[in-house]
Ligand binder design. Structure first.
Ligand code: NDP
Length: 449
C-alpha cells in the first residue's frame, strides 16, 4: 500500500480512469512503491504536476490494419503506438505482434520503457507499439502484407527525431525488414534511423540480435559477483521462452559456464539434464519456426512437458524468465525458492507477478527487474542509430564491448540508487529511482509540457 499522499492521490486517479487496464496499473503501482523513497524530498514535483504528467502518455495512436490473406479474405487487426515520454530523447521502444496485445499491454510496456531507456544513459524517450496480429501460422506473404499495411499508417507518426520503433515479441528481422521497406517506399528516403533491428545489409548493427540476451547475462554476472561473490560457472540455469531474448541469454550464460537445463514456448517446456543443445534449438526455432516439443522428439534423453508455467518446478540455481509478462506467479516463485535457487534475472518485461517478486525478494534471492537487466536490447538499438547517423558500421566486438560497458553502468546506477534509498541491493528500487530521477530533472527543466 502506498503511504505518500501525493502518489496515493495520483494512483487513485489512474485507477479511476484506467480501471480496465490491469497490466498498466500493475506497472504504475510497482514504480510508485519505489518512488515513495524519493518523492518526499521533492515537494516541487507536486506543484509541477510531475507525477500526473509522468503517468499520462504524451500521445496514443490507435489504428485499423486491413490486409488480405492467402485465400483472398480481408482481415482487420488493430494497431497501436503509445508515444509515452520524450523528455530525454525521441520516443523509442519495440513493436509487439501477438494476439494478447491491447492498450493496457502497450501502455505498461511504454511506461516501463521510459525508465529503461533512461537507465541506458543514451538519449532515448519511451514508447511502445504493436498489434493483435499473430504472425504464427501465417505465410511470408501474409506477414509481408500485414507489415506493409501496418506501416502505411504508422509511417506518419515516426522518424529518427520523433519516434524509432524496433522489434519485440513476434517482430524479428523479417518483420522489421518488411516495415522498413514499406516506410522507404512511402517517404522516398533511406532513413535508416527510423527503425532498429534492421538486417545487416541495410543499416542493422552487428550484435543487435544477441544484445538483449547477452546484456541480461552481463548484468546478471555483475550482480552475482558484486552481491553474492558468485558467477554463472557451474550453475544450473532455467530460461523460459525460446525466442530472441531466451536464445541468446541461453547462449551467453552457457559461454559463461552455466548449464541451461530447461527452456519453453507458450505450449510447454523441454528438460535436458545434460544441458540444452543450443545448435539444435536454434535450428528448430530460427530455421524451422517449429514448436519446442520437436526438441524432445529429436534429442534422446530430453523430455517435453505440456504447460509452460511448470518450468519453474525444474531445480536450478538461476532463473531467467524471458517469455512474457506475469509468466511467473507465486506458485512458480515458491517452487524456485524451495529448490534452493539463488537468483532471478528478468529478461522479459514484468515476467514476475507482484506476489512472486515479494516472495523472491523476501527469501533473499538476488532479483533484477527487466527494465534494468533487459535494457541491453534497446541500448544496442541506440548504438544502431549512432552507426546510421555517422554512416559507419562497428565490428561485433566493438558493439559487444560497448554493450558490456553499458550493462555494468546500469548495474552500478541501480545499486548506487538502492544504497541512497537506504535499501542496498534492492535492484528494483534502484532501477526505478535511478531511471526516474533523470527523466524528472529533464521534465522539470522543460516546464509544463
Ligand atoms: P519472441 O517473439 O522472439 O519470443 C517470445 C517467446 O516467449 C516465445 O518462446 C513464445 O512462445 C514465448 N511466449 C510469448 N508469449 C507467451 C505467453 N503469454 N506465455 C508463455 N510464453 C510466451 O520475443 P522476444 O524474445 O523478443 O521477447 C521476449 C520478452 O522479452 C518480452 O517480454 C519482450 O518484451 C522482452 N524484451 C525483448 C527485447 C528484444 O530485444 N527482443 C528487448 C527487451 C525486452 P511461442 O513461440 O509459443 O509464442
Amino acid at each position: 500500500m502506498l503511504q505518500n499522499e501525493y502518489l496515493k492521490r495520483v494512483y487513485e486517479e489512474v485507477q479511476r480512469r484506467d480501471s480496465h487496464e490491469p497490466e498498466f496499473l500493475q506497472a504504475v503501482l510497482e514504480v510508485f512503491e519505489s518512488l515513495e523513497l524519493v518523492v518526499d524530498k521533492h515537494p516541487e514535483w507536486e506543484k509541477a504536476g510531475l507525477i500526473e504528467r509522468f503517468v499520462e502518455p504524451e500521445r496514443v495512436v490507435e489504428f485499423r490494419v486491413p490486409w488480405v490473406d492467402d485465400n483472398g479474405n480481408t482481415r482487420v487487426n488493430r494497431g497501436y503506438r503509445v508515444q509515452y515520454n520524450s523528455a530525454i530523447g525521441p520516443y523509442k521502444g519495440g513493436l509487439r505482434f501477438h494476439p494478447s496485445v491491447n492498450l493496457s499491454v502497450i501502455k505498461f510496456l511504454g511506461f516501463e520503457q521510459i525508465l529503461k531507456n533512461s537507465l541506458t544513459t543514451l538519449p532515448m524517450g519511451g514508447g511502445k507499439g504493436g498489434s493483435d496480429f499473430d504472425p504464427k501460422g501465417k505465410s511470408d506473404g501474409e506477414v509481408m502484407r500485414f507489415c506493409q499495411s501496418f506501416m502505411t499508417e504508422l509511417y506518419r507518426h515516426i522518424g529518427q527525431f520523433t519516434d524509432t520503433p524496433a522489434g519485440d515479441i513476434g517482430v524479428g528481422a523479417r518483420e522489421v525488414g518488411y516495415m522498413f521497406g514499406q516506410y522507404k517506399r512511402i517517404v522516398d528516403r533511406f532513413d535508416g534511423g527510423v527503425i532498429t533491428g534492421k538486417g545487416l545489409t541495410f543499416g542493422g548493427s552487428l550484435a543487435r540480435t544477441q544484445a538483449t540476451g547477452y546484456g541480461l547475462c552481463y548484468f546478471g554476472a555483475e550482480a552475482l559477483k558484486h552481491l553474492k561473490g558468485e558467477s554463472y560457472a557451474g550453475k544450473t540455469v532455467v530460461v523460459s521462452g525460446s525466442g530472441n531474448v531466451a536464445q541468446y541469454a541461453a547462449e551467453k550464460c552457457t559461454q559463461l559456464g552455466g548449464k541451461v537445463v530447461a527452456m519453453s514456448d507458450s505450449q510447454g517446456y523441454i528438460y535436458d539434464p545434460r544441458g540444452i543443445d543450443l545448435k539444435k534449438l536454434f535450428d528448430i526455432k530460427q530455421r524451422r519456426r517449429a514448436r519446442i516439443s520437436v526438441y524432445a522428439d529429436e534429442v534422446p534423453g530430453s523430455e517435453y512437458h505440456e504447460g509452460c508455467r511448470n518450468i519453474w518446478n525444474v531445480k536450478c540455481d538461476i532463473a531467467m524468465p524471458c517469455a512474457s509478462q506475469n509468466e511467473m506467479d507465486a506458485e512458480g516463485a515458491k517452487a524456485l525458492i524451495a529448490n534452493g535457487a539463488i537468483a532471478v534475472f528478468e529478461g522479459a518485461n514484468m515476467p514476475l507477478t507482484p506476489e512472486a517478486i515479494a516472495l523472491v525478494q523476501g527469501s533473499g534471492l538476488l532479483y533484477s527487474p527487466g527494465k534494468a537487466s533487459n535494457a541491453g536490447g534497446v541500448a544496442t538499438s541506440g548504438l544502431e542509430m549512432s552507426q546510421n547517423s555517422i554512416r559507419m558500421s562497428w565490428s561485433f566486438e566493438e558493439v559487444d564491448e560497448k554493450l558490456q560497458g553499458i550493462m555494468k553502468n546500469i548495474y552500478k546506477a541501480c545499486y548506487d540508487a538502492s544504497v541512497e534509498c537506504g535499501r542496498p541491493g534492492d535492484l528494483m528500487v534502484g532501477a526505478n529511482v535511478a531511471g526516474f530521477l533523470k527523466v524528472a530533472e529533464a521534465m522539470m527543466a522543460q516546464g509544463v509540457v
